[in-house]
Design a protein around this ligand. Sequence first.
Ligand SMILES: [Mg+2]
Length: 218
Amino acid sequence: MPPSLPLNTVRLDHIDLAPSRPLVIVDVDEVLGLFMAGFGAYLETKGLEFRIEKFALFQNIYRPGETEHLDLEEGRQHFESFFRYAAGDMPLAEGGPGALKMLSDHASIVILTNAPGQARLGRARWLARHGMDYPLILSSGPKGPLTARLAAQVSAPVAFVDDMISNLDSVAEHAPHVARFQSVADTRLRHLAPSRPEVHTRIDDWESLGAAIKSAIT
Ligand SMILES: [Mg+2]
């Protein structure tokens, strides 16, 4: 992922958490939103194909008919442009807003997304438009250290939801008391996503996931 801010400089002073309230930290791409679907649709407008062949970003971008993926740097530029211009059209993962609304009766919700800096406005608008106007943190890199900083602000249970095992492993390392859930929203990606369900609970649909998170934090 392109850097936005180094992890240790991400400011949390706009995040005002009630110390005695449980906390749920939720990812956006492939958890609340169908990133691959949105990015794929954007790439089509650029005459490119997004083939869902592996759980990866830039290695899946092709010119039609070609067998070698697009140059990685070129892919990265499309990724940055997508976040600047088109991420507001990303389809929603079914059930996410309702589950967060239910959980918000019991917990503080924080959205923690790895996205480039130019994504902030569009991402905040996308979340608000879908009824998920919760505090938003843009970051980059493994999410464990930042999750540990957030979790340290509350004395109640904390849950963390992400699609990527690298982030779940990082949380297990830096904040082992946080309940971890892996969720992959896009049905085409589910069988491709590296997973260790014995270590990080894996639940892909928001109805079951919301109930499991509630059990973990209340
Ligand atoms: Mg994600």
